[in-house]
Every structure is written in C-alpha cells, then in structure tokens.
Design a protein around this ligand. Structure first.
Ligand SMILES: CC(C)(COP(=O)(O)OP(=O)(O)OC[C@H]1O[C@@H](n2cnc3c(N)ncnc32)[C@H](O)[C@@H]1OP(=O)(O)O)[C@@H](O)C(=O)NCCC(=O)NCCS
Length: 172
C-alpha cells in the first residue's frame, strides 16, 4: 500500500465531489472546484490516492497561497478511511509545498463543533488566534481562526506512519 499525494486535476472531481457531499453541511459545487482549478493562480489543491487500489482517491485539501500566507479552504478524507492519517498527510504535504514557495504561515477557519478537525489541527501544532462569530451562515456556528507559523516543524513530520496505519487497517 502506498499513499501518493499530487495536485488535484479536473478528472478527480467526481471522486472529490462524492466525498464533499457527505463531509460538509454546505458542500462546494463542481463549479467552485472547476473555477479554482482552471482560473485561480493562487489555488494549490492536492489529492491523496491509494496507489495500490487503482489510485482510489482517499482525501483532498484545497489551499490558496497569497504572498506569504497559505489559507486552507477545505480538507476532507473518505469516510471509510478516516482516522488513518490521510488528513495529517495532506497537511504535512501542504506545509512542504508552501515552504518551497516561501510561505511563512498557514491559516484556516474551523467550525467550533468540529471536534475531529480541531483535534487534528491541535495535534499538528495549530494555535487559535481568533474567533469569528456566526461565521458559518448555514448552521450559525462560530469559526475558530487557527494559524501555524512553524512550517519547518510541520513539514519535517513524517508522513510514513500515517501510511503504515492505512496499511494495517486495510489488511483487516
Ligand atoms: C476532519 C477530517 C478531515 C480528519 O481526517 P482524517 O483523515 O480522519 O484525519 P487523520 O486520520 O489524519 O487524523 C489525524 C488526527 O486528527 C485527530 N482526529 C481525526 N479524527 C478524529 C476524530 N473523529 N475524533 C477525534 N480526533 C480526531 C486525531 O488527533 C488524529 O490523530 P491520532 O490518529 O493520532 O489520534 C475528517 O474527519 C473529515 O473529512 N471530516 C469532514 C470534513 C471536515 O470536517 N473537514 C474539516 C474542515 S475545517
């Protein structure tokens, strides 16, 4: 089993949108993704693939790089593969790619009740720097604003343990 992370392509969108549908209260549409992939020079969207299963798409992340900032706009992993390190691997990959183009920090918003995501970001060293009241109009939830300024530290974390966990659980 090998986890491969590469840039998102238009051909990935059927699988991405399949995951998107059950992952967010207000899923992004195909048009939103197409616009980013085709027209936005700031977008850095990546997918994680299971190379041993015909490239099954296991997760994705959508980032925008604006000068020295990388803004994570979306991240999700396939339901059956959650808790196996896919999102962690995508964030580490994001930090590596961001560092390579001179980015100094990552910023993101997360729903106040999204405990899985908040745990993920805390585990990787993100810190809360603000609160955006009723930021999410669909549920009225507040957004926690998190940043990560130690990109070298994040980028130097190992991706392989995540892949190893994926292997163990898939063999069951
Ligand atoms: C949040 C999400 C992206 C996490 O993806 P994932 O691939 O399952 O995450 P990982 O396996 O890489 O988890 C890494 C860490 O995150 C935390 N975490 C992940 N899922 C968790 C859960 N259900 N409960 C508590 N902590 C969790 C843990 O700290 C975990 O580390 P550990 O395995 O050493 O305990 C996934 O649940 C998802 O797609 N959710 C729907 C979309 C979403 O909410 N995106 C976030 C938008 S801000």
């Amino acid at each position: 089993m090998k986890l491969c992370i590469r840039q998102m392509k238009l051909d990935d969108l059927d699988e991405v949108l399949g995951i998107e549908q059950y992952s967010f209260p207000t899923p992004w549409t195909r048009t939103v993704y197409e616009n980013d992939l085709k027209n936005n020079p700031r977008s850095r969207f990546f997918v994680a693939l299971n190379e041993s299963e015909d490239g099954e798409l296991l997760g994705y992340i959508g980032n925008w790089v604006i000068e020295d900032e990388c803004h994570v706009g979306t991240i999700a992993s396939k339901r059956e593969f959650r808790g196996r390190g896919i999102a962690e691997a995508l964030l580490i990959h994001t930090a590596r790619a961001a560092l390579a183009e001179g980015v100094t920090y990552i910023i993101l918003e997360v729903r106040e009740n999204n405990f899985a995501a908040i745990n993920l970001y805390r585990k990787l060293g993100f810190k809360q720097v603000g609160l955006r009241r009723r930021y999410y109009r669909d549920t009225g939830e507040d957004a926690l604003l998190l940043t990560h300024h130690d990109l070298e530290g994040l980028a130097s974390r190992d991706i392989p343990p995540a892949v190893a966990r994926l292997k163990e659980k898939t063999v069951e």
